[in-house]
Design a protein around this ligand. Sequence first.
Ligand SMILES: Nc1ncnc2c1ncn2[C@@H]1O[C@H](COP(=O)(O)OP(=O)(O)OP(=O)(O)O)[C@@H](O)[C@H]1O
Ligand SMILES: CC(C)(CO)[C@@H](O)C(=O)NCCC(=O)O
Ligand SMILES: [K+]
Length: 244
Amino acid sequence: MKLVIDAGNTRLKWQVLSGERVTASGACLMERQELAESLAPILAQVRAIAITTVIAEDRRDELSSALTELTGLVPRFHWSEAARGGLRNSYAAPERMGADRWHGMYGAWLRLAGSFVLVDAGSAVTVDYVTAQGVHRGGYILPGKAMMLRGLRQDVARVGFDADELHSVAPGRATSECVHHGLWWMWQAMVQRLEREALERNVDQIVVTGGDATDLLALGLTAIHLPDLVLEGVAAIDQEIYGL
Ligand SMILES: Nc1ncnc2c1ncn2[C@@H]1O[C@H](COP(=O)(O)OP(=O)(O)OP(=O)(O)O)[C@@H](O)[C@H]1O
Ligand SMILES: CC(C)(CO)[C@@H](O)C(=O)NCCC(=O)O
Ligand SMILES: [K+]
């Protein structure tokens, strides 16, 4: 059995694969204790570990040694590449691209025919355009939803608000409403822009993934929702290199 991990800035997501079949999955925070508890039921079966991550080097080293301690295995880290299987990166320095973006694009490239735009709504939001020929046209990096709220909470003195989200775009009449409606209003604008650009650029499909993808769908985005796309992409690459 192979353990595949996507370690993002907020959460770590994992799957256990038996051949190409997912037999278990989970998510946890990056702390040692949480990780050990989350993985406890499957640890004995793990024979290899494949990781995609965008966390900083010190946290990555901690994750690596925690996994080695738990399993006795040295995890295999996968990074962004210049090209693979017909998919081509637009970055002059491909290794600088977040591995989650590359692995998400590769997952979509393997699954879909035609051009696509991949929206990963996680801690940050990324938007990446890929042509039907597999050429990455480029993309965007934006602050994520939780990050936008945190920014308002931390960086302005007089904007306190409830944690409860309000899904409305009506102009607010109290601080909490103004903040939550404002966020929803901005995300609705993002949905409208995505749909317009997809038409203008002849994009066949909009693909969404990440913890906040359901918000985009709730706002009416016409898209394919593939929640495990980043894991799928890195699993495929690990298999191409090391086998099942
Ligand atoms: N259980 C959860 N814990 C934390 N965030 C969650 C959870 N469920 C949904 N979310 C939402 O998901 C977002 C984080 O998305 P995701 O889990 O994809 O992040 P990530 O993989 O850590 O991010 P990234 O890869 O961009 O660093 C947050 O903005 C939050 O609103
Ligand atoms: C943008 C994020 C944070 C999204 O998870 C990640 O892909 C990342 O850290 N990227 C590095 C910079 C880049 O992709 O150009
Ligand atoms: K992610």
